[in-house]
Design a protein around this ligand. Structure first.
Ligand code: NAD
Ligand code: DAU
Length: 379
């Protein structure tokens, strides 16, 4: 696919955390593309995330549920859509444990509704078309923490790219691993991935799937570890650490994910899967300590003064022990690498949340949900 041609792309979930970064990148980088942000605006959707680009001529917002098959089909036909970048989902594991039906509905049926609408709208004319599905590393299940030759983790290991990095185990998620989801969230994402591949294999739809590790950065809803804890530290509220805080996640700065999405949308191989990750494993408790020191330092408090906010609570049910992505295929085939060191990314992130207290207050008070109604009043 060439980048020069004019395109009309639907980005689903563009008012959410990662989606807003993807929309911003595409709207600014490709003035000849028309970018339609299709979002239902659930509790996780916030149009204030896109204030800086909302008046750009190549951007349009459409409030719609991805499960609304007739609505999606009509939009695709009316707007002559030739690309879909699909991020809309229910995304929080803890919510999926309480309410699995909503996750099956949005993540499975919603994805199927988009696929079927694209199949009918494109009617077998696949030239220049692309359906890009954004998924998660959680579909692969959980990895062990191993201690080779008695070395205390994290130890230095070598990825299949040949690069050395710190890791808590010797196994990694690669694209050929079988799916073993544990939470209702990851089970629903896994199912949606299978549907996307089935549409490629059965109908020849030009699809691509990526599975990414934990993202962090600006505009993340403060139910997720990093923004929740930054806000709690600021307000000296307890930090609920699940279990012993020993679980390991592989963290990637959200703009690096958006850059990978841009690259894969344009250059990824049809029918293929790419893992995206930061080679950046951290135990939760170590990240939490970094967050406390950083917030304290930036607020002029004695560094580490807030360590006593750490509060160990009952573990998350079915809590996956370790995630670690091997993204060497993406590096090897398309030349992508994370651009930010974690220390730099986390400093930027903490600063952003401290500087954008109004955004945080709107989100925690629920006021952001009135933004859409106010914005469209009288139109
Ligand atoms: P998010 O919860 O911040 O945003 C989700 C967005 O989807 C919101 O704007 C919401 O309004 C919208 N949405 C939800 N249900 C919808 C529906 N039925 N119809 C239309 N819009 C709907 O999520 P996120 O963290 O930005 O994740 C985006 C995608 O990336 C998800 O598919 C997620 O599985 C995947 N992912 C996330 C991470 C991460 O660390 N956050 C990592 C890997 C993959
Ligand atoms: O791996 C990719 C996934 O990362 C995405 O697919 C999900 O959409 C995204 O939410 C994220 O899932 P996690 O469950 O890993 O993220 P969360 O921020 O909820 O939790 C990170 C770790 O911190 C996890 O081990 C649970 C722990 N945790 C989380 C919260 C919210 C706590 O100890 N206390 C908390 O209050």
């Amino acid at each position: 696919m060439t980048k020069q041609m004019k395109r009309t792309i639907i980005i689903t979930g563009g008012a959410g955390f990662i989606g807003s970064h993807v929309v911003r990148l595409f709207v600014n980088k490709y003035p000849d593309y028309r970018i339609i942000n299709l979002d239902k605006l659930t509790y996780a959707g916030n149009l204030a995330n896109l204030k800086d680009i909302e008046d750009k001529p190549n951007y349009k917002f459409v409030r719609m549920d991805i499960c609304d098959f007739d609505g999606v089909l009509k939009l695709m036909q009316d707007e002559h859509v030739d690309g879909i970048i699909h991020l809309a989902a229910e995304s929080h594991v803890d919510r999926s444990i309480k309410d699995p039906f909503t996750f099956a509905q949005t993540n499975v049926m919603g994805t199927l509704s988009l696929l079927q609408a694209a199949k009918i709208a494109w009617d077998g004319n696949w030239e220049g078309k692309r359906f890009y599905h954004i998924s998660t590393d959680e579909v692969y299940g959980a990895l062990e923490m191993t201690d080779p030759e008695g070395v205390e983790p994290p130890f230095t290991t070598k990825a299949s790219s040949g690069k050395h990095h710190l890791a808590y185990g010797t196994t990694f998620f690669t694209e050929d691993l079988k799916y073993q989801p544990h939470s209702p969230y990851s089970a629903a994402k896994a199912s949606s991935d299978h549907f996307v591949r089935a549409f490629h294999d059965t109908y020849g739809m030009p699809t691509v799937v990526t599975n990414c590790s934990n993202n962090y950065g600006p505009y993340q809803f403060p139910e997720k570890l990093i923004p929740l804890f930054i806000n709690n530290i600021r307000h000296r509220k307890p930090l609920p650490v699940y279990g012993k805080g020993e679980n390991v996640r592989d963290w990637l700065y959200v703009e690096d994910h958006a850059r990978a999405i841009d690259l894969i949308f344009h250059e990824g191989k049809v029918g293929d899967t790419y893992n995206i990750g930061g080679f950046n494993e951290w135990k939760n408790i170590d990240i939490i300590k970094v967050l406390i020191s950083t917030v304290d330092r930036l607020l002029g408090r004695p560094e580490g003064a807030d360590m006593d906010l750490i509060t160990y609570v009952t573990d998350r049910a079915g809590h996956d022990l370790r995630y670690a992505i091997d993204s060497s295929k993406l590096q090897r085939e398309l030349g992508w690498e994370p651009s930010l060191q974690f220390e730099e990314g986390i400093e930027k992130t903490v600063r952003w949340y401290l500087d954008n207290q109004e955004w945080m207050d709107n989100v925690t008070s629920g006021d952001y949900q009135k933004y859409y109604d106010d914005m469209y009043k009288g139109r």
